[in-house]
Design a protein around this ligand. Structure first.
Ligand SMILES: O=C(O)c1ccccc1NCC(=O)[C@H](O)[C@H](O)COP(=O)(O)O
Length: 259
């Protein structure tokens, strides 16, 4: 079994073993889609900046205070924040999601390995403004139901794919926001050309396109933009810096960055 299959297997077992969260009133949603479609002076691509304590491919990151990192990203020009809420592989939690969101005014994406509509509803109730869905691991009917649930809850669904085939499945299931992950989650190998290759085929049909993973330089940002990306999702390269927010600001201000 590969890592992604293992993670989804664990998530399905965890969900089956726990009670649904009690219903609660969610805070008003922040518009994730609009944040990714905005045009900022001097920055043609929007950045979803990611907070996480560790990852299977990157190991432990130096910054463990996710609230401080997210505040730095907001000051550094991020358009939205992605937060890993998985505990086992990323050291995250739903409490992190709530704390980070309360400390900033940007929309927040819950990045996890969601397997059922119930989890989309719970994410919305906890304050997520968007959820990540992974097309490679969800059947068509389930993906469709989860996208529809996000819409009914008034939040966005960013549907991630690694291949053109899975991106086509995402669009057929009703996805409006499509992310192309440069990282193959089965092998953890990352190739920044993946999104550059796939995105032009989707550009006319996706409302929002996001290039994800392995992006390090302002030239990477510019290349993603030229291939049709509205936004890039960046974690590790920022988190390796002594000051992730300042690292983001430098990338957005770079001369060879997006025009
Ligand atoms: O990053 C991993 O090791 C990983 C392993 C298994 C499932 C998902 C994984 N990462 C999710 C992501 O793709 C990234 O968190 C995200 O796109 C940001 O990538 P990066 O800028 O390379 O941190």
């Amino acid at each position: 079994m590969n890592l992604l299959a293992d993670i989804f297997d664990r998530k399905r077992r965890q969900l089956a073993a726990r009670a649904p969260f009690p219903p609660r009133q969610r805070p008003p949603a922040r518009d994730f889609t609009a944040a990714l479609l905005q045009r900022k002076p001097g920055a043609g691509v929007n950045v979803i900046a990611e907070v996480k304590r560790r990852s299977p491919s990157g190991g432990l990151f130096p910054h463990q205070d996710l609230v401080q990192v997210a505040k730095g990203y907001e000051a550094g020009g991020a358009s939205a924040i992605s937060i890993l809420t998985d505990d086992v592989d990323f050291g995250g939690s739903l409490a992190d999601l709530e704390q980070v969101r309360a400390a900033i005014s940007l929309p927040v994406l819950r990045k996890d390995f969601l397997v059922a509509p119930q989890e989309v509803e719970e994410s919305a109730a906890l304050g997520a403004d968007a959820v990540l869905l992974i097309a490679d691991a969800l059947r068509d009917g389930m993906m469709q139901e989860m996208i529809a649930t996000a819409k009914a809850c008034g939040i966005a669904a960013l549907v991630e794919a690694h291949t053109e085939e899975h991106a086509e499945r995402a669009l057929a299931a009703g996805a409006e926001l499509v992310g192309i992950n440069n990282r193959d989650l089965a092998t953890l190998r990352t190739d920044v050309h993946t999104a550059l290759r796939v995105m032009p085929h989707l550009r006319s049909r996706a409302r929002v396109l996001v290039a994800e993973s392995g992006l390090k330089t302002s030239a990477d940002f510019a290349a993603a933009r030229a291939a049709g990306a509205d936004a890039v999702l960046v974690g590790e390269s920022l988190l390796r810096d002594a000051n992730p927010g300042e690292a983001l600001a430098r990338l957005l201000a770079a001369k060879d960055g997006p025009a």
